[in-house]
Design a binder for this molecule. Structure first.
Ligand code: MG
Length: 296
């Protein structure tokens, strides 16, 4: 298959995602043309997914990789409470991967359609290993984006869902937990409902311990975690440090009423924010940030 044919196939898939009246033109032009509405802020995020680093071709199908590449970026949109608008996808692949590329885009666009998000452009190049970069843009009401920096001492600390399922799935490589690892569901609807409710928010991509440290650092606070919801069968270590759960960790003022389910996802109070800057404890003991750090 020639590159022009491949691009035509991608273009056909991309056109099936073009629902938003704000995305005026997508693939086929030199740039995507997107029109912001008055009173909104646009938010942007980008995530790399690299063969033998984030996935292997032996364990992940092309459609899995396309799905997860977008899911990782969508989880960042969820963390700021944004509504997804469009994505740009750059893909580098070894020669002779045309079928793989088409399946990759099918996996990616299947998820994009679930969130009414357009695949509005991207780039294709050759490389020895599959390298994916998914840039996502979303929108929020002006000045309403949820940030990591809004937590205050006395706030309550919450998580959506259960933690440790992704790490357990990666270990077992079968069943429901393996799907949890390969096809995480980004908490976009929950994130949007947290706008006006949460004081700070972050998605748990690298493990609760590490992402909680990041939130506390940006807010200049500490945290005392008392108990956490653990995925059935997962260890407490997997729940604290495992990563890739793509749940939301958020804070809310003590007096604010936080429902036990948000957008059909269970929400659990796991502790509280303290004034002890940088000190994070679990059950009274120091909780070190031992989640996934790419540069350690
Ligand atoms: Mg994130």
């Amino acid at each position: 298959m020639r590159e022009t044919e491949l691009i035509r196939a991608i273009d056909t898939l991309a056109r099936t995602t073009m629902h938003s009246p704000q995305v005026l033109t997508g693939i086929g032009d030199d740039c995507a043309v997107v029109r912001p509405r008055p009173g909104e802020d646009l938010v942007f995020t980008t995530d790399l997914t690299i063969e033998d680093r984030h996935f292997t071709r032996a364990t992940h199908t092309a459609a899995d990789v396309g799905y997860k590449g977008l899911a990782r970026s969508l989880s960042d949109l969820a963390a700021v409470g944004a509504e997804p608008l469009f994505c740009l996808v750059s893909l580098a692949i070894p020669a002779g991967s045309a079928q793989w590329v088409k399946a990759f885009y099918r996996g990616l666009t299947s998820l994009a359609k679930q969130f009414d998000m357009a695949l509005a452009g991207g780039d294709l190049a050759r490389a020895d290993k599959v390298t994916v970069d998914v840039m996502c843009c979303g929108r929020v009401h002006r000045n309403k984006a949820l940030l990591r920096s809004g937590a205050r001492p006395g706030d309550s600390l919450y998580v959506t869902g259960e933690l440790g399922g992704s790490a357990l799935g990666f270990e077992q490589k079968r069943g429901k937990t393996w799907a949890r690892h390969k096809r995480p569901v980004p908490r976009v609807a929950a994130g949007r409902e947290l706008v006006g409710l949460a004081s700070a928010c972050i998605d748990i991509s690298d493990g609760l311990s590490l992402d909680l440290h990041r939130l506390c650092e940006m807010s200049g606070v500490g945290a005392a975690v008392t108990s956490i919801p653990v995925w059935p069968g997962a260890s407490i270590e997997q729940a604290l440090h495992g990563g890739e759960d793509y749940e939301l960790l958020f804070t809310a003022p003590h007096r604010r009423i936080v429902p036990s389910r948000i957008a059909s996802v269970p929400v659990t109070r796991i502790g509280e924010v303290t004034a002890h800057t940088g000190t994070i404890t679990y059950g009274g003991n120091s909780l070190e940030p031992s989640g996934f750090d790419h540069f350690r």
